[in-house]
Design a protein. Structure first.
Length: 362
């Protein structure tokens, strides 16, 4: 794990452009939406406007875009000439979705691109472009509900890029009001295990997921369809409560949640999720036990699939389901998070800076 130094020390290093802190932290500047290396030659922001991150990945997941002056994506000097047009293209249109085929059309071998990103940033190109795509959308959220009004002055290149990215992640708001059955307000929460996205209707919380999760875009799309919902940046009483109670949970001061949850699904999915809600804090169940409890012996695989479709991480505790031998298996938010959540619930605290950094868990 890659722990961050104390904030005052990092801010001091930032002001002095101290090269000893290169690679130790990256700094996100809230007023511009940009993240930098400690040694960036640009004018230094005020202390109250910065957030520190242990890795490029975390800064991207929190919604910042790379600085064009200090180029935080280039740990080994300039990126190779063959890659620069692609990086420029991602920045020109961060909302774009890239397939391997698109890379080939640009004359790039997908495996070669993947290897460079993996070595330089510990993530695939697709994970990088997804992080940029989500980042732009989260940038919209960080600016609050007034997306169009704030885009121009917020450092994002264009208002339309801003709206596009939000729309691509959360769907176009249906134009005819009668098509919208409900509204989901959506905001980001910062937790000890990285940024999460929380969404809530007037009735309750319907989405709680780690921002970098591969399934997130699919989950949003399904929810939009199932609820007939329009997603808008914002907060309500349910997101506020989620934020407070999750902070208590991560401090080890809370073991249960009783929020109103909105979890549309098939009868089988709902039965699986309700069974998950009954697994107490600090305990685990096997897929087999879960299947038998549902009176569907032999249905472990279907149960595992329904667990994976859970849209409410932590509060519907799919992390409490393990293999029969006690070992951990698939977790949408990453196995390291599953381990950290189970450790937390058995009395360990999550250390400051427990996020996997540039040189840690993948
Ligand atoms: Zn910079």
């Amino acid at each position: 794990m890659h722990a961050l130094p104390p904030v005052t020390e990092m801010y001091d290093a930032l002001v002095k452009r101290d090269p000893d802190f290169e690679g130790v932290f990256f700094v996100g500047v809230r007023t511009t939406g940009i993240f930098c290396r400690p040694t960036c030659p640009a004018r230094k922001p005020k202390a109250e406007n910065v957030d520190f991150y242990p890795s490029v990945r975390d800064a991207l997941a929190a919604g910042f875009r790379p600085c064009l002056r200090c180029r935080p994506l280039e740990p080994e000097g300039e990126p190779p000439a063959w890659l620069r047009p692609l990086l420029a293209e991602v920045e020109r249109d961060p909302a774009r979705r890239w397939r391997d085929q698109d890379l080939r059309e640009q004359g790039l071998e997908p495996a070669r691109v993947r290897r460079w990103f993996q070595r330089a940033h510990g993530m695939s190109f697709h994970a990088y472009s997804r992080a940029r795509r989500l980042g732009v959308a989260f940038g919209a959220m960080r600016q609050g509900a007034d997306v169009t009004g704030t885009a121009a002055g917020s450092g994002w290149e264009s208002e339309s890029g801003f709206r596009d990215a939000f729309a691509k992640l959360f769907g176009e708001a249906p134009t005819r009001a009668k098509d919208v059955r409900t509204r989901v307000v959506t905001t980001r929460l910062i937790t000890a295990l990285g940024p999460m996205l929380v969404g809530a209707t007037d009735e309750g919380v319907c989405l709680l997921e780690f921002c970098e999760r591969r399934m997130l875009e699919t989950q949003v799309k399904r929810l939009r369809h199932l609820l007939g919902a329009a997603f808008v940046p914002g907060e309500n009483e349910h997101t506020h409560r989620a934020e407070e109670e999750l902070a208590e949970y991560f401090r080890g001061d809370r073991t249960t949640f009783d929020w109103p949850l909105v979890m549309p699904g098939t009868p089988f999915q709902v039965a699986v999720w309700e069974a998950l809600l009954k697994i107490p804090y600090g305990e685990t169940r096997s897929y087999d036990q879960q299947a038998r409890q549902l009176e569907k012996p032999g249905a472990q695989r279907a149960v595992g699939k329904a667990n994976g479709d859970n849209r409410l991480a932590i509060v519907v505790p799919c992390h409490r389901v393990v293999r029969s031998d006690g070992s951990l298996s698939g977790y949408g938010g990453g196995l390291w998070r599953k381990r950290a959540l189970l450790d937390l619930e058995t009395g360990a605290r999550i250390a400051d800076g427990a996020l996997p950094g540039a040189c840690a868990v993948r």
